[in-house]
Design a protein around this ligand. Structure first.
Ligand code: GDP
Length: 443
C-alpha cells in the first residue's frame, strides 16, 4: 500500500514522463569544485522525484530499526543504573539482591550487558547497556581499565571478523558507541584513577564525562568543579565527544551545539520516580526536606543536555564517529600490525585530470626505463664485440710472433749451414791446390 507521501508524488511524475529532459533545465551554472571537476548546477522547473530520498531513507530506517550500545563506567553507588533508567524512562536493570556481609567480594572488574527492545512513535531501538561492576571498588585499582579496554577491543575484533566473512549481509553492530564516565562529586578535581582510565579509553570510544549525583553540590561548586575537570582533561590531552559542526547547520542548530558543549562534563541528577513540586507540578525528581530537584529542569541539572546529545539529537553522530573514525583507526592499526598495509589508492577520490597526468607521468617513466634498458643492452653488446675483436687481434699477434720466430730460426739455421758449407769449400780448395802442386813436382 502506498504511503500518503507516495500517492501525492505520483501525478506530477506521470506528467513529466513525456517531457524532454532539457525542459527541466532553467539555468545552468558550471562550477569548478576543489578537485578541478566541473559541476553543473541545474535548476529544475518540475518535479523529478529525488527530493523523496529522505522519505525513502526514513522508511528503510523504520523497517530496519536502530541499535545503540552504551557503556557506563564508574564506582558502584554513583547512580549509573538510575541514570540509564532515567534516560530511557524505564527500569532497565533487574532488581538488585542485597549482598550478605559474608558474601565473596569479586576481585576484578566484571563486564555485564543488558539489552532491551524499545519503541517510541513506531521507531524501534535495540538498546544495550554495558556495565562495569567492581570498577574503582578495590583497594588497588591500578589495572581497573584493562577489562574495559579489552571488552571494547573484543567488540571491534568481532565486527572486523564479521566484515571479513563472505556473507556480510547481517552484521550485528555490537561496538560501543558511547561511554558515560561517572566522576564522583568530590568537588575537588579528577582523581588519578579517572585520568588513567579516560586516557586509555578516549581514542577507542566516544567519551562523555558526567558529574554523578550533582545535587549534592551547590551551583558555585559545580561551576568550579567543571572548570577544574576541563583543565585536567586539557592538560592530559583527553579527547571528548563533541557534536560535529557542519556548514549547513542553521544558526539555531549551531547555538544548540554550543550550548551542549558548554555543559560538558554534564552535572547529572538521576531519579526514576515522580514527586510533587512546591507549585503542585508532578515531576521526575528527588524530594528533599528543603525542596525538589527536578531531573528535566535545566536550572537544576544538565540531564536534558546529556539526553539531547546521547539520545535525541546525536545518537547517529555517535555511531557514525565510532564507525568512521574510532573503529577505522583500530582496524587499520590492527591490520598494519598484522603486516597488511592498506592500499590508499583504493580510497582516493578519482579526478580525471589528475588521473590523466598520473598516467602520462607513468608512461613517460616507462619509456625512460625502456630507453635506459636498450642503451644498456647496446653498450653490453658493443663491449662484447670489442672484447672478441681484441681477443682475435691478440691471437693474430701471437701467431705472427710465432711465425716470425720460426722464420728467424730457419734463417739462422740456413745461415749457419751456409757458413759451414763455405768454410768447407775453402778447406777443399786449399787441399786441392796442395795436391795439384805435388803432382806437378812428381811429374
Ligand atoms: P550504581 O551502583 O552506580 O548503579 O548506582 P545506583 O543507580 O544503584 O544508585 C545508588 C544510590 O544512589 C541509589 O540509592 C540511588 O537512589 C542514588 N542515586 C542515584 N542517582 C542519584 C543522584 O543523582 N543523586 C542522589 N543524591 N542520589 C542518587
Amino acid at each position: 500500500m502506498a504511503t500518503p507521501s507516495e500517492s501525492s508524488d505520483s501525478p506530477s511524475s506521470h506528467k513529466l514522463e513525456s517531457q524532454d529532459a532539457s525542459v527541466l533545465v532553467d539555468t545552468v551554472d558550471v562550477l569548478q569544485n576543489g578537485n578541478g571537476t566541473n559541476v553543473i548546477r541545474r535548476k529544475l522547473t518540475g518535479f523529478v522525484g529525488f527530493s523523496n530520498l529522505p522519505i525513502q531513507w526514513h522508511r528503510k530506517s523504520i523497517r530496519n530499526g536502530f541499535n545503540f550500545n552504551v557503556m557506563v563506567v564508574g564506582e558502584s553507588g554513583l547512580g549509573k543504573s538510575t541514570l540509564i533508567s532515567t534516560l530511557f524512562n524505564m527500569p532497565l536493570y533487574p532488581p538488585r539482591s542485597e549482598k550478605r556481609p559474608s558474601a565473596d567480594i569479586p576481585k576484578t572488574v566484571a563486564i555485564q550487558s543488558i539489552s532491551a527492545d524499545l519503541e517510541e512513535g513506531g521507531v524501534k531501538l535495540r538498546l544495550t547497556v554495558v556495565d562495569t561492576p567492581g570498577f574503582g571498588d578495590f583497594v588497588n585499582n591500578e589495572d581497573a581499565w584493562l577489562p574495559i579496554v579489552e571488552n571494547i577491543e573484543q567488540r571491534f575484533d568481532a565486527y572486523l571478523e564479521a566484515e571479513n566473512k563472505v556473507n556480510r549481509a547481517n552484521i550485528v553492530d555490537n561496538r560501543i558507541h558511547a561511554v558515560i564516565y561517572f566522576i564522583a562529586p568530590t568537588g575537588h578535581s579528577l582523581r588519578p584513577l579517572d585520568i588513567a582510565v579516560m586516557t586509555k579509553l578516549h581514542n577507542k570510544v566516544n567519551l562523555i564525562p558526567v558529574i554523578a549525583k550533582s545535587d549534592i553540590l551547590t551551583d558555585e561548586e559545580i561551576i568550579a568543579f567543571k572548570a577544574r575537570i576541563r583543565a585536567d582533561l586539557d592538560h592530559h590531552k583527553i579527547n571528548l565527544f563533541e557534536t560535529p559542526r557542519y556548514e549547513v547547520d542553521s544558526d539555531e542548530t549551531m547555538e544548540e551545539k554550543t550550548s551542549i558543549i558548554s555543559k560538558i562534563p554534564f552535572a547529572i541528577v538521576g531519579a526514576t520516580s515522580e514527586v510533587t513540586a512546591a507549585d503542585g507540578r508532578v515531576v521526575r525528581g528527588r524530594k528533599y526536606p528543603w525542596g525538589v530537584v527536578e531531573v528535566d529542569n535545566l536550572d537544576h541539572c544538565d540531564f536534558v543536555k546529556l539526553r539531547d546529545m546521547l539520545v535525541k539529537n546525536y545518537m547517529e553522530e555517535l555511531k557514525e564517529y565510532t564507525n568512521e573514525i574510532l573503529y577505522e583507526n583500530y582496524r587499520s592499526a590492527k591490520l598494519t600490525a598484522m603486516g597488511i598495509a592498506q592500499d590508499q589508492s583504493v580510497f582516493k577520490e578519482v579526478n580525471p585530470a589528475v588521473r590523466q597526468e598520473e598516467e602520462r607521468a607513468l608512461h613517460q617513466a616507462k619509456l625512460l626505463k625502456m630507453e635506459a634498458e636498450m642503451r644498456m643492452v647496446f653498450q653490453q653488446k658493443v663491449a662484447e664485440k670489442e672484447q672478441r675483436l681484441k681477443q682475435s687481434e691478440d691471437e693474430l699477434f701471437a701467431r705472427h710472433r710465432e711465425m716470425k720466430e720460426s722464420l728467424d730460426k730457419q734463417r739462422r739455421e740456413l745461415e749457419a749451414k751456409k757458413a759451414q758449407i763455405e768454410s768447407g769449400r775453402i778447406y777443399m780448395s786449399t787441399e786441392e791446390k796442395s795436391r795439384k802442386k805435388a803432382f806437378s813436382l812428381r811429374s
